[in-house]
Design a protein around this ligand. Sequence first.
Ligand code: ADP
Ligand code: MG
Length: 499
Amino acid sequence: MSFAVNPPPAVRSFPFSRSPIARTPRVSLVVRSGAGVSIATAAALPILTKLQNDCATPLPVLRHVADAMATDMRDGLAVDGGSDLKMILSYVDYLPTGNERGLFYALDLGGTNFRVLRTQLGGKDDRVIATEFEQVSIPQDLMFGTSEELFDFIASALAKFVKKEGGKFVLPNGRSRETGFTFSFPVKQTSIDSGILIKWTKGFAVSGTPGKDVVACLNEAMKRQGLDMRVSALVNDTVATLAGARYWDNDVMVAVILGTGTNACYVESVDAIPKLNGQKTTSGRTIVNTEWGAFSNGLPLTEFDREMDAESINPGEQLFEKTISGMYLGEIVRRILVRMAESGSLFGKRVPERLRTPFTLGTPNISSIQQDTSEDLEAVGTILYEATGVDSNLDARKMVVEVCDTIAKRGGRLAGAGIVGILQKMEEDSKGIVFGKRTVVAMDGGLYEHHPQYRRYLKDAVTELLGPELSSNVVIEHSKDGSGIGAALLAATNSIYEH
Ligand code: ADP
Ligand code: MG
């Protein structure tokens, strides 16, 4: 008996399928048998192949996600707890018109950073006369501290900022300052200026806040700081972004945040919200905060996602957010690289402790890695070394670029499918209102803003799903810092004073 054994060829080339924009220069991974580290790269290859299969988002997967998003929205509008999507009523029934006047503050607690802003509004003609803002990063320990510590920190930063007010910013005599409070965590609103925190997300685990009114928490902290200011609108960052974008463009119907976390909101007709039990708003519309980060139906997940989820502070929750948002993309990539390093010796024999440390590779690193189009991928090597302590040869770097692209591509395309799901739901209820005319989706968040490939993947998925004709009416537009000004605008719209 004889066996025909095909020896592996001395040189094998593995061309990777890459997106057009990530293609320059075209990278093909050359694996030489017999050369130590290159064999290691070959050993990591099956991990990459499996990853690319598990993360694939062909049209049927996108279609399923869009359809399921639309269905989950409906179920969440029918009854509280009706689906993964909470479909929270924002109590924002009016969007800015341009007529707003006066000095308004905004305060934005998002995740990584905390921003304070003031704006002087001059009505239809003068619009935004002046805006100033400051950004403060949230000390890590406050994310795990007590509610009082966190809100005291916020109120004290705000008090310092207010002290610097002057110039074009004028508060009429006898008035208290008013602020919009952008609070980007799931809140059960009870009115425009109160809301109970349902739970912390995005890595926050502050004790004592869930179940409490976050406006009351802030008001008490402002009082402790001796600050005369009133919260006149509590809004989610998506709602604020929608308001900020609508101030300039009447066709804005949806807002999506892709930053540390992710969320989306849109303009809904009150008739389409059964859980309102016939309650009307005078405008007949209201903004619904989907809390789409909790979506989970039919996502193409990998073992790496499951492990990350299991070790997270909220296992089983926020699965869409964990697949598409900035807090997690880098961490997913890190987990894949650890596997490649361990079972494939991708970075040599030693796996540095830092590579094993959760969250050492950030999503900004992923984005930077994808911007390196040089022959030797030197920047990739530097980023990897600085962030995780690994030494990489060219083949390993190419592998890393592929891993980053796979995770960014899945994230961007799924985000795009989610957007189509929202538009689809709106269109089904109001034929022609969405697809029959120009409709703007306002986008914001650090991930969307700073990650060009992700943006491209997102838009490609929208176009693939809608087809060229319908998608030509859908404008996906970056609304930079719309949430800050949007919250101030909503403070104006909901001011206790006439303006
Ligand atoms: P937040 O969501 O905390 O309000 P941002 O909208 O500013 O704040 O988003 C910050 C997040 O955006 C970061 O946590 C990071 O995940 C992501 N991000 C920031 N810079 C980049 C970048 N260059 N590439 C990709 N993602 C980035
Ligand atoms: Mg934010």
